[in-house]
Design a binder for this molecule. Structure first.
Ligand code: GLN
Length: 307
């Protein structure tokens, strides 16, 4: 028998069909060529059952939704103390591609903005192509299938990546980057170009909801401490300069990506993923935010909701 949860997810897609505001990201030429009408939603319980609706097998780039997982890997590799010496945990209140350094320490404000995420990628053990391989292996373990890189997208972003390169040079100049700027940005861009579906992302989010243990394989990918730390950072910084609006209105740890995906994590309960490529002015999927708002409201997911 068809699960009523699938009917519910179909309803989320139907009820948000009118949300056609926003625009495709165009600073990466390949993203500007995406089909703006693709839409998908998936939910994964902490026992590993995935429910998905819409274009749930459509592959798109993970982009900034890679940042939490690479950050957690850097913490597992280096220890939280070392990572905190280089990257802060304060919301920046600024756009994702601003430099946003802490004026006292010179650290990037947090690992969810580009500057902090480039610094986090550079801390992944192995460096260079080994670090990229380890990040991809992690995504594959999280999603339970081999996750690969969209090479033409990576090439497209690298060809237009002066801004990220600029951020990396500034971090390097203030001794906040563990690698040379070119290697760090190349690795970070490849990390962002991993191709995933909402089905993959829901499993990845559910692993965080499950305290760092992949629910189907039972593999512990992050310690409970690392997972708690990461979810706290996602709560305060995951939606960039819309983080306060998101936390008050939707109220779950989350991370968006500029290809149009958003993941959400309700600790102990569920991982969510939505996809729709048109972005609002903060760089978050406009219809994706609306889908998440409905999921949070209907399923009573807001963290601050009593009972
Ligand atoms: N790769 C993108 C960039 O660095 C990621 C940005 C995003 O998803 N917000 O610009």
């Amino acid at each position: 028998m068809r699960s009523p949860i699938l009917d519910y997810l179909d309803g989320i897609i139907a009820e948000t069909a009118h949300v056609d505001s926003g625009a495709l990201a165009d600073y990466i030429p390949e993203l500007a060529a995406a089909d703006p009408d693709r839409v998908a939603v998936a939910l994964c319980t902490v026992n590993g059952t995935v429910y998905a609706s819409g274009d749930s097998e459509h592959l798109f780039s993970i982009q900034s939704m890679s940042k939490p997982f690479a950050y957690a890997l850097a913490i597992e590799d280096r220890g939280l103390g070392d990572v905190l010496e280089r990257i802060g945990v304060e919301p920046s209140g600024e756009a994702f591609n601003e430099l946003s350094l802490d004026p006292e320490t010179g650290r990037p404000r947090n690992p969810m903005i580009n500057a902090g995420a480039i610094a986090a990628h550079a801390l992944v053990r192995g460096g260079g192509s080994e670090a990229v391989d380890r990040v991809l292996a992690l995504f594959s373990e999280l999603a339970q299938r081999p996750v690969g890189i969209d090479e033409s997208l990576a090439a497209s972003e690298l060809a237009t990546g002066d801004r990220n390169l600029g951020l990396a040079y500034l971090l390097h100049a203030s001794d906040r980057l563990a690698q040379d700027p070119g290697t760090a940005v190349r690795g970070y861009v490849r990390q962002c170009s991993a191709s995933v579906t909402v089905h993959d992302l829901a499993l990845m989010a559910a692993t965080l909801a499950n305290g760092g243990v992949q629910p189907n394989t039972g593999a512990r990918l992050f310690s409970r401490r690392t997972t708690r730390h990461l979810l706290s950072v996602m709560t305060s910084c995951g939606m960039y300069d819309a983080a306060g609006d998101w936390l008050t209105g939707i109220g779950i740890p989350a991370k968006s990506g500029v290809a149009g995906g958003i993941i959400g994590v309700l600790p102990g309960q569920v991982g969510l993923a939505v996809f729709s490529p048109r972005l609002d002015p903060h760089g978050n999927s406009a219809r994706g935010v609306e889908m998440m708002r409905r999921l949070s409201e209907d399923l009573g997911l807001h963290l601050m909701e009593a009972g």
